[in-house]
Structures are given as C-alpha cells and as structure tokens.
Design a protein around this ligand. Structure first.
Ligand SMILES: Nc1ncnc2c1ncn2[C@@H]1O[C@H](COP(=O)(O)OP(=O)(O)OP(=O)(O)O)[C@@H](O)[C@H]1O
Ligand SMILES: [Mg+2]
Length: 511
C-alpha cells in the first residue's frame, strides 16, 4: 500500500517555540492513522499545515506521491483534504443542509437548488451511516449531531483525506461509539483518516498506526495492534504513567454544600433540574454522572450563579447563596472549573498571566489601592506554570488565544485549584488533557479533598468518575436517581441508573 500523505521534515516556528521540529508523517491510504502527543506537542499545528492554515518554514508535502504546495484551505479542499476542528465552525441559525453546502452551493440559473443539495446530503448520509435531519437548525441539535454535519461538510466536497482534531473530546460515550463506527465505514469506502486524540482506548479501538510527537519532535510511528496503551503513553510522556488514581479512604465531615428541592430551567424553558436535593461534605469527592443533557449543566450553572434557580435552595455552609451574584459566591468560598473553557474560563485576548488572576486581580498582592502589581501577577504565573506544567511559547506573556487547547485547559484548572475553594464545582476537568496531565490533575483534586474541601465532580468520562469520586450521584432527567459508593459500583450499575432503568437512593439520602 502506498502513502497517500507524506509530510517530510516539517519545521514550524511560533514566537518563542518550535512547534514542529523536523517532523515526518507518512500515512497509508485507506487507513486510520492516530497522532498522539502531550498538550502542546504540535499535533494541531502539523495538521493545520496539512490543511493550509499555516505555512511550514521547512519541509515538503506529497499527496499521492506528488509534491504539493498547500497555500490555503481552498488548495487543501481541491486536493481532497478536509478537517474537522475541535471547535466547530457552523452557523447556528442555518439549517443542516445550508451549513453543509455553504460556500459551494449548487445553483439552477441564479436560484439556489436546495432540492438537489438535500438529495446529495441524503445519499452521503445514507452511505456512511451519518443520520441527520437535513432541515433541522444547528442551534437545535446536539454536539454529536453538529459533528456529523462537519463530517458531511467534508464529504460533500468529496474529501478523501479526513483530519479529525480531538473529535471525541466533546462527545458522550454513546456518541463516541457511533463515531468509531462511522470512521470504520469511511475507511471501508476508501477514505483515509488522521485522528488526533488523547484517549489511548480509542486509538486501540480504531487506528492502524500511531505517530507519537513529543515537544515538537517525532518520537516514532508504531503499529497499533502490537503496541500496548502503556507503551504508547510512555512514548509520549517519556516516563511511565500511572493510570490508577492513588487515594486513601475519604473522611467526610460537615456538609458544606446543601441543595434542597432545586428547580432550574434549561435553554428550552423547560425544567432541566426538578426538585433536586444533594449534599456534599467536607473531605469528600461526590461524582455527578449522567448521560449528557440530563440536567448536569443546569445544576452546575445554578450552583455557580450562571443560571437562575426557579425555586428551591442552595446553601454554602449555613449561608444561602441561591440567588447571590457570582462574585459574592466566589467570595464565600465557592470555586468552579467550567465545562466550556472558551465561554466561561478564559479571556482569549488576555495574556496567560492575566488569565491566571481573573478572579482576584483587584486583591492583594495583585493590586493595592487600585494599582496593579505587575510583578506579583508575573510571579504568580511563573509559579503556576511550573507547578501545572503549562506549556506555551512566551511563558506568562503568551496570549491565551495562541496556546494549545490542552494548555488553555491546564491554565484554568491551575487557577481554580490554586484558589483552594471550600466548595469546589469541577466540570469536565481533564477534557482535552494528555494522560500525564490527567494523572497530575487527579492527584491535585484528591489533595484538595484531603485538605477538607467539598468537591462536586461532573464528568462524561465514566472512568474518571469511578476512579476519582468517593460517592457517585447519578442524574437522570433532572433528578438524582441513585447515590452509591464508588468502590461498590461498576459501569453496568451506573449505566442502568443513567438510562433511568434502576433507582438506588438510600434511606436519608446518604450512601
Ligand atoms: N497561532 C499560534 N501562535 C503562537 N503559538 C502557537 C500558535 N499555535 C500553536 N502555538 C504553539 O505551538 C505549540 C504547539 O501547539 P499545538 O496546538 O500544535 O499543540 P497540540 O499538540 O495540538 O496540543 P493539545 O493537545 O493541547 O491540543 C504550543 O506551544 C502552542 O503554544
Ligand atoms: Mg491540539
């Protein structure tokens, strides 16, 4: 089998960093080729070069054996290369079909030929098992569906080489399973896929070969079938990774977060959370799990002040915070790692050091008498960058926008953990992080627990919930349908509760 893609000796520099250093990637036709590496290793950069978004300083690219110069994404498209970015680029109030054809609309005279566009979309979605409603508006469909639209968009333009940049980071386990099947189907039909992911299980499940990058350099390419997850992890991190979370038994004390009969409306104006009651104690990690869209987001937004409570009560220690402004909740000892890092976590136009003091830049030592203390802000950044291994081109002075996805996430997590809040609401903390970073963040969350903090951990990763939590609360259609001890449950039992077929609420609401 020949190589369909050859990226040879690629070097790419950004201010302060060599993002790709003499990297060579050779991809076989009709295969799934995984690209693995730590946060900031240069994966997205390499694929952006292939898609014509960046120009390499050195190196050459061959597509189907022929040397090409990919000046911009239009050239990439004409070469049959398509890319699904981690943050989708769809127009929210357009329909599925309108988004797919956008930029290459079929016309009948001067009129848009919607009918024939819909037909083509239908036949492509049938062929690959990509079911979507062609007339639905983007704003009304799930993230998983939106991703299908992005895939259809590439296929509509006859892409043969499909680049997926962390496609599963935002998907539910069920959607991930479906995407894996779609990928296999695409390869059966002759497509070639480059898959960037941090999840070794996914690489084992679908990829044929895997290329590992570390700090911009190529560590090697291995056949996936004969390489273990541990071996791949070690190749990327350069040391052994501990997949198991080390923690002692919890010693829960007073209730620090108490929720009583809480009702919260969702974006459709219906009750997303219904009469929900829950308690989290000092010194414990309560995991919150459920199928995406069952009220976890509304619950967390109500606790943190991003959404209004329709009725019911939220107490932080003895103090009712139900309808307090966000700022006052923070001052009372609430902390939050938000699930949507671009909307609620970072100011992309600010530098890293400024982002690391977003909540407390007007307090000592970062300001006194209303004057910012630049040195204190820089020192704070230097400490957190070191502790959490945040990698970026220009250190504290790096604009957040130019940081890699995983390093943006690390910055948010570093800032919030460092505040060491008494009640810590942690949502999808390791989304987009590499295995080494996940290991470290889990350790720090457990350390907060052991300091006597109350932690509510929401995650779509069942493994993360089971490994890190002490107790697990399962949410289904806005209600808590079960609370169990993490050590005494398994994937099956949680799955039954998540789908609403099993209820397990112990007497008195405490497991
Ligand atoms: N547009 C840019 N301007 C400046 N620096 C950049 C830019 N894009 C990427 N970088 C830097 O290049 C390096 C590689 O980034 P890249 O996004 O390729 O990493 P990655 O392997 O995709 O990481 P992650 O797993 O976190 O997504 C990072 O240090 C990043 O800060
Ligand atoms: Mg990336």
């Amino acid at each position: 089998m020949g190589y369909i893609i050859e990226m040879l000796n690629i070097t790419k520099d950004f201010p302060g960093i060599r993002a790709n250093d003499n990297v060579t990637l050779q991809v076989e036709e009709r295969s799934i080729h995984a690209l693995l590496g730590e946060n900031g290793a240069g994966k997205s950069t390499l694929m952006s070069i292939l898609f014509g978004l960046y120009k390499a300083e050195q190196g050459s690219i061959r597509i189907r054996g022929k040397e090409v110069s990919i000046e911009d994404p239009n050239v990439a498209t004409s070469l049959g290369i398509g890319m699904v970015h981690q943050h989708f680029k769809l127009v929210q109030n357009f329909t599925v079909t309108e988004n797919i054809v956008l930029g290459s609309e079929p016309r009948k005279g001067i009129l848009l030929d919607t009918r024939s566009a819909e037909k083509k979309v239908e036949s492509i979605s049938k062929l690959y098992g990509l079911a979507v409603d062609p007339r639905a508006k983007i704003e009304d469909i799930s993230v998983g569906m939106q991703q299908r639209v992005e895939i259809l968009k590439m296929l509509y333009r006859d892409a043969e080489i499909l680049i997926f940049d962390e496609p599963t980071a935002v998907l539910t386990p069920q959607e991930i399973h479906e995407l894996m099947q779609i990928m296999r189907r695409l390869v059966e039909e002759g497509k070639t896929i480059v898959l960037i992911t941090h999840k070794l299980k996914e690489i084992k499940a679908v990829a044929d070969r895997c290329t590992v990058l570390r700090r911009g350099r190529c560590v090697g390419t291995v056949p996936v079938a004969s390489t273990t997850e541990e071996q791949m992890a070690e190749m990327m991190v350069g040391r052994e990774v501990n997949f198991h979370v080390e923690k002692g038994a919890a010693a829960p004390k007073d209730v620090l977060l108490r929720i009583r009969d809480l009702d919260v409306k969702n974006s459709k104006g219906l009750l997303g959370v219904k009469k929900l009651s829950l308690e989290v104690r000092a010194g414990e990690i309560l995991g919150l799990c459920g199928i995406d869209g069952n009220g976890q987001t509304e619950l967390i937004q109500a606790i943190t002040g991003l959404a209004k409570a329709e009725s019911g009560h939220i107490f932080l220690r003895e103090k009712e915070i139900t309808n307090l402004p966000i700022r006052e909740r923070l001052d009372l000892g609430l902390g939050h790692i938000p699930e949507d890092r671009h909307r609620h976590g970072l100011v992309l136009d600010f530098n890293l050091d400024e982002n690391l003091v977003l909540h407390n830049y007007m307090q000592r030592p970062f300001a006194s008498w209303g004057v910012l203390n630049k040195k204190a802000i820089k020192d704070n950044a230097a400490r957190l960058i070191e502790e959490f291994d945040v990698r970026s081109g220009q250190g504290a002075a790096t604009p957040a926008r130019s940081m890699s996805g995983g390093n943006q996430q690390k910055a948010i997590v570093a800032r919030e953990i460092d505040r060491s809040p008494d009640v810590f609401i942690v949502a999808q903390p390791t989304r987009g992080l590499d295995v080494g970073a996940i290991e470290y963040i889990h350790k720090r969350i457990v350390a907060e627990r052991d300091k006597g903090k109350a932690i509510l951990l929401a995650s779509l990763e069942l493994d993360e919930i089971m490994d890190v939590s002490d107790r697990i609360a399962v949410i289904h259609e806005g209600e808590i349908v079960g609370i169990v001890q993490a050590a005494q449950t398994d994937e099956n039992e949680l799955g039954l509760m998540m789908s609403g077929s099993l209820r397990k609420t112990p007497k008195g609401g405490q497991a």
